[in-house]
Design a protein around this ligand. Structure first.
Ligand SMILES: C[S@@+](CC[C@H](N)C(=O)[O-])C[C@H]1O[C@@H](n2cnc3c(N)ncnc32)[C@H](O)[C@@H]1O
Length: 589
């Protein structure tokens, strides 16, 4: 049954009906509830008191539909899971005196803590959504009515936004007590909140001090849960106790990654992977982040399966390198360095309906199924992440209009040189103006990003940033024009096909694949990034493969894809990769 939009048991409803009728002021009720159950300020004011009193006596059970709670990242932990987590912590002899549930929702972690930890003196819960505050309080009453002999700690459930809550005051008040921070902070990113026009954000939402470009490219996209976890670590890192929060895997990765700068006094960082589909009915990789507070800072995390407690791997910092699997990394780390060629991201235009075309019977058709006549000059073959399945690509299904040769270039030239293209773009100007990203502000009309001399290199070696396929593709020119890639892809470009073929052989080698697997996180939104690919030291990779093997691969590619590449440029390719400084030393050595 539900009252004031909160679930309530018959036991609690009957109890409250009787209890509230006997007392006339909310202050007196609050005092009585505190004495009987330890809950502080059960009613915030007289209005709340009268509303609940009326609801329980008339049994005015609400039938209001649950509101859309997307902006609150609302995924309530089921009772069984909350209980299992508390049980596992109790088994490790964790015996907290203070429990903090930063965003307590319906209160399942609070109830699980009350039933599993017998040493608790105080409980603090914070929740933004009033019906959940009620539900937590009702749940606590229900727990104590069902377990009347259980010890009752002092419990404070605060109805407010966590971003207005002063954790430092709890930190100062209880400097020596053993803490347990337990819960499941909201699963929502700042960019999702931006899209929802939500203000459920910390005041300083650019909390990682990222620059504008990082924010634009998505590096500034962070989970609210990450901010909350860091706030808690900030306030409680020097207290004795533990933190156990259910968060997305990406949050745990970021926290371990940022340990290099933050150096929070947390040790024994562990990650217990849960089955989110089963527990929350969502396809998001999530886990319990566990760590010990007030420890020597740790820079790595051990990953386990939550259900079997089987150890899977260790990830984190090794010297100055961040890796996803320390054991495997150690086997291939000799190729971790700096790539001699610069990895680039493909073209970003945010205007697929107009800019992306297919060629049908000699004319072009855009994504709106409009047939268009355009000059050929600005049209290039175009590949997306999903196209990069084969080892060699010579033809593309899609095409793109490339309006600039470098970022910021004036586009007025199109009108004079390519009137059909200009007219088409001009007719569709509103689609360009509707582009949300601020990078287009103040730029010439029809601007694109991710464009430069490198885009026009005829031979490219590319990989999708989005897929977990550790496979590189050789992209060859189409009708004597370089093929372009979209901004979900990364590539290095070459003027000579030989260099591109040598590079792809090195990049598709077993050593490279094993190395990439040991530094990438398969649950990341972008498995591959420029930073990560730049770690591929092709020169070192070349030392792990024999000339014979290279030759064998060249013959295979030549036969399969009708190429006529020779090994004769190998030495100059290697020479090109040797850093200038080293070359000078050999010269004078
Ligand atoms: C993922 S749910 C988990 C709830 C609860 N901790 C549990 O484990 O079941 C996140 C909770 O955070 C609450 N929440 C979202 N934004 C909040 C904010 N700014 N301050 C406090 N609570 C918030 C939501 O209403 C929701 O109850």
């Amino acid at each position: 049954m539900r009252i004031l939009d909160a679930n309530i048991s018959l036991q609690v409803c009957t109890f409250l009906k009787d209890f509230l009728n006997k007392i006339s002021s909310f202050e007196n009720v609050n005092q009585k509830i505190f004495e009987a159950f330890g809950i502080n300020t059960f009613f915030e004011n007289d209005i709340d008191f009268q509303r609940l009193k009326e609801s329980v006596s008339n049994l005015a059970i609400s039938s209001v539909e649950e509101s859309d709670r997307a902006e609150y990242g609302d995924f309530q932990t089921n009772k069984e899971l909350a209980n299992k987590i508390a049980q596992q912590l109790a088994k490790r002899n964790i015996s907290p005196e203070i429990i903090i549930e930063p965003t307590c929702g319906k209160g399942n972690f609070i109830i699980a803590s009350l039933s599993n930890f017998k040493t608790v003196k105080k409980v603090f819960g914070i929740e933004i959504y009033k019906p959940y505050v009620w539900e937590t309080k009702f749940g606590i009453l229900d727990f104590f009515l069902s377990n009347p002999n259980t010890y009752k700690p002092e419990i404070t459930i605060t109805h407010c936004s966590i971003f207005d809550f002063d954790f430092k005051s709890i930190s100062k008040q209880f400097p020596t007590e053993k803490l347990l921070i337990i819960g499941n902070p909201p699963w929502v990113t700042n960019s999702k909140l931006g899209g929802l026009n939500s203000s459920n954000l910390p005041k300083k939402s650019n909390f990682k001090n990222q620059n504008g470009l990082d924010a634009i490219t998505g590096k500034g996209n962070f989970d609210i849960a990450e901010y909350i976890t860091l706030t808690l670590l900030d306030a409680f890192q020097t207290h004795n106790g533990y933190l156990a929060l259910l968060v997305k895997n990406s949050v745990i990765k970021n926290i371990v990654f940022d340990q290099k700068d933050n150096k929070y006094r947390v040790g024994e960082i562990e990650k217990y992977c849960i089955d989110s589909k089963k527990e929350f009915n969502v396809s998001v990789e999530a886990a319990l982040l566990y760590c010990q507070l007030n420890s020597k800072p740790s820079f790595e995390s051990t990953e386990f399966d939550f259900y079997s407690l089987e150890k899977r791997l260790v990830f984190g910092w090794l010297n100055n390198k961040f890796v996803s699997n320390l054991t495997n990394y150690n086997k291939t780390k000799e190729i971790d360095g700096v790539c001699p060629f610069e990895w680039r991201q493909g073209i970003k235009h945010d205007c697929a309906n107009i800019m992306e075309l297919e060629r049908v019977n000699g004319h072009f058709v855009n994504k709106l199924s409009e047939e268009i006549k355009l000059e050929e000059d600005l049209i290039y073959g175009f590949l997306k992440s999903s196209d990069l399945k084969n080892t060699v690509i010579k033809n593309t299904r899609k095409h793109v209009i490339v309006t600039q040769t470098k970022v910021g270039q004036e586009t007025s030239y199109i009108q004079h040189l390519y009137p059909d293209t200009y007219n088409y773009l001009k007719i569709n100007i509103s689609s360009f103006q509707a582009r949300k990203s601020s990078i287009y502000n103040g730029k010439p009309q029809f601007s694109i990003f991710g464009i430069g001399d490198y885009s026009f290199k005829p031979y490219k070696v590319a990989i999708s940033g989005l897929y977990k396929t550790y496979h590189f593709t050789l992209v060859l020119p189409q009708n004597n024009k370089p093929i372009m890639l979209d901004d979900t892809c990364y590539f290095i470009g070459f003027d000579k096909i030989e260099y591109a073929v040598y590079a792809i052989i090195l990049l598709n080698s077993k050593t490279t694949e094993a190395f990439l697997k040991s530094i990438t996180f398969s649950d990341a939104k972008r498995v591959f990034t420029k930073d990560l690919l730049m770690r591929l030291d092709l020169l070192s990779i070349s030392k792990t493969i024999t000339q014979k093997e290279i030759e064998k691969q060249i013959i295979y590619l030549n036969n399969k894809y009708s190429l006529s590449v020779k090994l004769s440029d190998w030495d100059s390719f290697i020479n090109e990769m040797i850093p200038k400084k080293e070359k000078q030393l050999t010269l004078f050595g």
